[in-house]
Design a protein around this ligand. Structure first.
Ligand code: HOZ
Length: 428
């Protein structure tokens, strides 16, 4: 496919921004070639600067659960914009969105809006440290919780993609406060907490790992984490930036019926605009300033337009009793199709899936943690990505990300994707 306009934009971007992008995985480094330059998106489609259209399975990395440009959300955004774009004061939309979140997440008794998932996770950990008066935190290998210093230790997403799981610039003393263990390893969690439980402020986990590709929790994993943390006075933080309002209306915690002490949210609650949130038990949240001494603030926090997009998105989901069932059906349609296509083409793949998330791994191993995700042949993924891209199907440009299905994905486009996948598998 010829993309002269995209090429020109990317060349200019490279001279102006590191890697030509504002977030590393967008640069296509893991799959080679030049990144997509998108000018417009609608439904399940992206349109690039050269007028090519692509069926999108990245969906802005998760927020666009209704598809791109849903009319009801756009209308609410327009209405909000007419009233002004930022007040820097309390506004009614914040109260409404906070109400929708706390109603859907019984574990979230109080919530604070921020502008990104990174802000949410870093604020949640600061609060957990203040609450417990302990310094250490536990995260899982390949877990990605945004880019605050304490999380860039054996981190997933772009860091796994680019082969630099820990970032320079994080002071060693600071990195030493982050303890890591393998995801889905109950024994490692037990041993670590038995050894150091009384030094640990928080254990933060993506209840479904989404940044080493999609990896679901083994039976009993989350339950054990809940039990261990409760017994040791450790704040259990579910990072539901991806899974919140995606696995169910009450996220992974509703899906698995486990109540964490704190929850971080992002992506879907902003309906495509920048919103994050952290919340949890009242006795923890009341330490947040100005109620308590733990400082955290933001000029654009609770922005009226972003809140309007989030409210409209959540209301649209709530208005459809079969919303999550329908999404799962679409996802299963794609997963069965891809599995069949691979089998018919004589290719071994392992597809992990739950709700409207999936990831095909180019391995015949079970993928249950970072180490097994790394057995995937990333060169094959890159080639698969390109073969699909050339046919107008846009997959996440890295093996170690989730594919997202939205309400806007049509059966026709999913069938088309499966046909292209079959051709691609045959060429691998
Ligand atoms: N943190 C996102 C992937 N898990 C990437 C965001 C982006 O590049 O836009």
């Amino acid at each position: 496919m010829d993309r002269p306009h995209s090429h020109t934009y990317f060349k200019k971007a490279q001279a102006l921004m590191p890697g030509g992008v504002n977030s590393p995985v967008r640069a296509f480094k893991a799959v080679g070639d030049e990144p997509i330059v998108v000018t417009r998106a609608k439904g399940d489609r992206l349109y690039d600067a050269d007028g090519n259209s692509y069926i999108d399975y990245c969906m802005s990395w998760g927020p666009m659960i209704l598809g791109h440009g849903p009319i009801k959300v756009l209308n609410e955004i327009r209405k909000a914009v007419r009233g002004g774009t930022s007040f820097g004061t309390l506004c009614p939309n914040e109260v409404v969105l906070a109400g929708l979140i706390t109603a859907a997440y019984p574990s979230v008794e109080r919530v604070r809006m921020v502008s990104s998932g990174t802000e949410a996770t870093m604020s949640a950990v600061r609060l957990a440290r203040a609450y417990t008066k302990r310094d250490k935190i536990v995260k899982f290998e390949g877990g990605y919780h945004g880019h605050a210093d304490q999380f860039l230790i054996k981190a997933g997403s772009g860091l796994t993609t680019l082969g630099t799981p820990s970032s320079p610039g994080v002071p060693e003393a600071f990195a030493a406060t982050t303890l890591t263990i393998p995801y889905n390893n109950i024994e490692a969690a037990k041993q670590l907490i038995a050894r150091q439980g009384n030094e640990i402020a928080a254990l933060i986990v993506e209840p479904v790992a989404g940044n080493i590709g999609t990896v679901t929790p083994q039976d009993g994993f989350l339950e054990t984490l809940r039990e261990l943390t409760a017994n040791s006075g450790i704040v259990l933080i579910f990072d539901e930036v991806i899974t919140g309002f995606r696995l169910s209306l009450s996220g992974a915690q509703g899906y698995y019926k486990i109540q964490p002490d704190m929850t971080t949210l992002g992506k879907i609650i902003g309906g495509g605009l920048p919103v994050g949130a952290y919340g949890g038990r009242k006795d923890i949240m009341e330490l947040v300033s100005p109620e308590g001494p733990v400082y955290q603030a933001g000029t654009l926090s609770g922005n009226p337009v972003a809140m309007a997009a989030g409210i409209a998105t959540l209301r649209e989901i709530q208005s459809k009793p079969l919303f999550y069932k329908d999404l799962e059906k679409k996802t299963q349609h794609l997963v069965y199709g891809l599995n069949d296509a691979a089998r018919l083409a004589g290719k071994h793949i392992t597809i992990n899936t739950i709700a409207s998330l999936l990831t095909p791994f180019f391995t015949d191993k079970l993928v249950r943690d970072l180490a097994s995700a790394m057995t995937s042949d990333t060169k094959q993924y890159a080639r698969f990505f390109h073969l699909m891209f050339e046919k107008g199907v846009y997959l996440p440009p890295s093996q170690f990300e989730a594919h997202f299905i939205s309400q806007a994905h049509t059966a026709r486009d999913i069938d088309r994707t499966i046909r292209h996948a079959y051709d691609a598998f045959k060429k691998l």
